[in-house]
Write a protein that binds this ligand. Sequence first.
Ligand SMILES: Nc1ncnc2c1ncn2[C@@H]1O[C@H](COP(=O)(O)OP(=O)(O)OP(=O)(O)O)[C@@H](O)[C@H]1O
Ligand SMILES: [Mg+2]
Length: 368
Amino acid sequence: MKDMLSWDQTLFKDSELFELDHIPEHFLHRNAQLQSLMFSMRPALGGGRPINCLCTGKPGTGKTTAVIKIFEEIEKHTSRIIPVLVNCQVASTRYAVFSHIFNKLIGYSPPSSGVSFKKVFSEVVKHLVEHERILVVALDDMNYLFYENEVNEVLYSLLRAHETHPGARMGVIAVLSDTGVPHMLDPKVESVFLPEEIIFPTYSVDEIRDILSNRAKLGFYPGVLDDSVLDRIAGHTFDLGDLRVGIDLLKRAGLNAEKRASRTISIEDVESAYERSRLVHLSYVMQSLKEDEKILLGLIADSSPANSGELYERFHSRTDLGYTRFYEMLKKLDAVSLIDVDFTGRGLRGRSRVATLRYRADEIKTRL
Ligand SMILES: Nc1ncnc2c1ncn2[C@@H]1O[C@H](COP(=O)(O)OP(=O)(O)OP(=O)(O)O)[C@@H](O)[C@H]1O
Ligand SMILES: [Mg+2]
């Protein structure tokens, strides 16, 4: 009984370390990306416009974390540059993006209706010019601006502000999650954006092990996690390619060990945690779906694989939305890896297309 945990004992020295929104103090294996980002911001230190950046990589490869790190650094060193991180999952229209910027600069939000975009925009630009500030906007998860068809407008407004308002200096860090579908910008926008591309490759098994080992050292008491167990966690994480899975596995496996009143995490603790942790990415994506998208996903879950013509009939009778919206949503659900759609089918208006669920129907439905 000596080795058993009593009710007030825990394996966790600091459980905060295993939360997904924790900003790691040690951000390993991303020096090249941090340097490229910093280098692109340098002109702004001297009062010029920063170089625009485009960060790409699969989910959970450290893009958002890198931007947060760079912004912390900027804020430490100068008040001349104002960094604004916009989460495009939340702010997915031009108005919402600029409201967010307005709030950061001026300290309160413009009313959510009744004020034109033009007004909000010109207040933002006026503020920058008057206070001689340089704005750096990170459009995190810019994918969502594509889904809403707002991306060209947003970029165009940011990148051409200096033409209508001389003296306005703005730069953009665009962050795109690589979902396997190409995202094309309007050529007009592309020609003013001209970003420095910064690629976030998926981590190798060794890198994953290194990062998770570092987390475990800070978050668990000594001796809780041995190397063979860490290897197993790193392996699972590598298979799904999303570091979030590994962080969640550490946490859940730790809790499983506590439940058994054990002082060490076993392979079985990891395996039973994996049942849930592998769904971390699923939950992460699903929390960002809009009501109509959830309805569509639910319909697919009910009849996967579903013929897109029949699917549309059912979707239309539930939501009254037209084919174009339906088709856009189908593409989005495919892009975020929830379903597979065969987009090569040639039927009239795509009626021969088939949508297949990528997770079990019950896993999807409990999250709807
Ligand atoms: N190099 C690293 N060192 C330590 N922790 C990391 C590293 N890379 C990622 N993480 C952790 O992994 C999780 C996911 O990272 P992050 O949110 O930056 O990914 P992302 O590339 O923005 O993913 P998405 O495309 O899904 O938004 C975070 O909890 C972060 O702390
Ligand atoms: Mg991110």
